[in-house]
Write a protein that binds this ligand. Structure first.
Ligand SMILES: O=C1O[C@H]([C@@H](O)CO)C(O)=C1O
Length: 579
């Protein structure tokens, strides 16, 4: 009898929970739980025809796509079978509202997941759109540990554009050296730069010219252009149909131009937000960005067309990434009869700035920003030498990750875990010449953080500058965890505190989570510090973050719920680990 009534009350509880979840979904449809079991391990693969150890998820790189509906709960039980290496996975673009401990940023929100252990990530995908996931431990992402998260609208709701088919393409660059060889080089004195990638991958596939290998190999299987792992990715299209292509970039270094020969693309989504549609021939895309473009298969259907990715903003001689836009029923292996379209001039940043400026929020989907901010922080991006190492710095501080994750240190008041002095909100605006190579002799290593008042509005001005090389300034894609920001403007040269804010777009700025700062330029962002937690903001170039190009924001720590013990176990949190 007791058992029966207990059962009954459980059933009632479950029913009422599902009603609440259904209401949350906004459609009367019950939000679902989507469970994934992932095994992460090293395996030999040949994505560009050269055999290399890569990190796979359940045997795949790119990893499996997470498909969900708005307000679903994602549960990923990740087993680290890397044998002798830690791991952590970041859910890029997912704000982790209420679950800041599952952001997956090693050193910021969690301890790394040890080999042989299983870690459970659990979070809600609260907005429709195209997002990513990838390793966030050292430079592990570039070993192939990445994939997409695609969140659909609830049943009964529709997008503000129409298409026949939905397809997903992740762009990447690819290195033959391992993450560890690269990291050791970047930390060495003298510094050994990673250089340009050996190839470009389109959805995990590329083709390296094996005959250009200079080092003879004993194993004839090492580079083999007939390996089924490599060679061009093929996108099959039906003549006359419109495709929504979700294009994202997770390059380690490269800024890319993406193009489909003979076809225009209409940009409709950026980082999960609807864009006022505009047409491009080539889409410039920076690491950490996602876009949706609409493409109509409306060209001569008797042939196939090239899909290309090319490196821009750096003088790379990497061969273009090639894939095939395959009109059905032509044979997918039939090469297009033409040469791939020419790449844009690598060092002309004008069209890139123009595209950045063209991305506006779609009418009817504008979230207006607060008209004023409570705080303005200017981040000068520079390269420096610190203690003989080449580093990147923000306002002369080069970021180093502590051994105790910030979120835990803040919540549990472990004040020795990191430097309690905040880094500066600006730099010497008056005297610093952003066009000259500067030694920045006073640059230091640091792990202090920016504490933001909860619910305050914060402006960030990313100010680019000359590197340590003459006449050289690079593109940096900056990614913010835990928030979307409004992109208020881009400009060339030094940001003018007085005049430039008057030109901000406060009418229809796009919201994004990743944005480029162009060479010698500035980018202005605004966000609301309304998500309790500790959040990284960093250059999405693997080597640049590794070399110190990042900061951490903390807000509303007193509002963070109880931390799960699964994120603990390292640094000063060792005593807090309760298996
Ligand atoms: O961090 C970097 O170092 C090199 C170069 O500046 C020094 O060799 C480069 O191009 C980077 O982006």
């Amino acid at each position: 009898m007791v058992l029966l009534s207990e059962c009954r009350s459980r059933v009632i509880l479950l029913l009422s929970l599902s009603v609440i979840m259904g209401l949350l979904n906004g459609s009367g449809v019950e939000a679902r739980i989507r469970r994934y079991k992932w095994e992460v391990k090293y395996e030999y693969r040949s994505p560009d025809c050269l055999k290399k150890l890569v990190i796979t998820i359940n045997g795949q790189t790119p990893g499996p796509t997470i498909r969900a509906q708005q307000n679903d709960t994602i549960i990923v039980e990740l087993t680290n079978n890397l044998l002798t290496e830690n791991v952590a996975i970041h859910w890029h673009g997912i704000r982790q509202i209420g679950t800041p401990w599952f952001d997956g940023t090693e050193g910021v929100t969690q301890c790394p997941i040890l080999p042989g252990t299983t870690f459970k990530y659990q979070f809600v995908v609260d907005r429709p759109g195209t997002y990513l996931y990838h390793a966030h431990y050292g430079m592990q992402r570039e070993a192939g540990l990445y994939g997409s998260i695609i969140v659909a609208l609830p049943d009964g709701q529709s997008e503000p554009f129409t298409y026949d088919y939905d397809r997903n393409i992740i762009l990447n660059d690819w290195y033959h050296k391992s993450t560890y060889e690269q990291a050791a080089g970047l930390s060495a004195i003298p510094f050994q730069w990673v250089g340009e990638p050996q190839s470009l991958l389109i959805h995990g596939r590329g083709r390296f010219n094996c005959s250009s290998l200079t080092i003879p190999t004993l194993d004839t299987g090492v580079c083999n252009t007939t390996n089924p792992d490599c060679g061009p990715f093929r996108l099959i299209v039906v003549p006359g149909k419109t495709y929504r292509l979700r294009i994202s970039s997770l390059t380690a270094l490269s800024a890319l131009s993406f193009q489909i020969e003979g076809h225009n693309m209409t940009v409709v989504e950026a980082d999960g937000h609807y864009v006022e549609p505009f047409v491009v021939q080539n889409l410039f895309i920076y690491s950490g960005e996602t876009y949706s473009v609409l493409v109509k298969a409306d060209q001569d259907p008797t042939r196939n067309y090239w899909i290309t990715s090319n490196i821009v903003s750096r003088p790379a001689n990497t061969t273009p990434g090639l894939a095939i836009f395959n009109y059905y029923p032509n044979h997918p292996r039939r090469s297009p009869p033409t040469s791939p379209p020419a790449a844009p001039v690598w060092n002309n940043s004008r069209p890139r700035i123009a595209q950045s400026q063209a991305i506006k929020a779609r009418r009817g989907y504008i979230h207006p920003p607060p008209s004023l901010s409570d705080r303005v922080i200017v981040f000068l991006n520079t390269q420096n030498t610190i203690n003989g190492n080449v580093r990147w710095s923000v306002n002369n501080v080069s970021f180093t990750l502590p051994h105790t994750p910030y979120l835990i240190a803040l919540k549990e008041n472990l004040t020795h875990a990191f430097d309690q002095n905040p880094p500066p909100d600006g730099y010497d605006f008056v005297n610093y010449d952003i066009f000259k190579e500067q030694e920045n002799k006073n640059a230091t290593l640091g792990n202090g953080i920016y504490r933001l008042n909860f619910n305050s509005t914060v402006d960030i001005i990313l100010q680019n500058a000359n590197t340590m090389n003459k006449n050289n300034s690079e593109t940096h894609p900056w990614h913010l965890h835990g928030h979307d920001f409004w992109v208020l403007g881009y400009g060339e040269g030094k940001f003018d505190m007085f005049n430039d804010p008057r030109k901000y777009n406060l009418d229809n700025p796009i919201m994004k989570n990743t944005v480029p700062v162009h060479p010698y330029g500035w980018t202005a962002l605004r966000f609301k510090a309304d998500n309790p937690g500790a959040w990284a903001f960093h250059c999405h170039i693997e080597s640049h973050f590794y070399m110190g190009m990042g900061v951490v924001f903390a807000e509303g720590i007193e509002k963070v719920g109880n931390l799960p013990s699964s994120i603990m176990g390292c640094g000063e949190t060792q005593g807090h680990y309760r298996p």
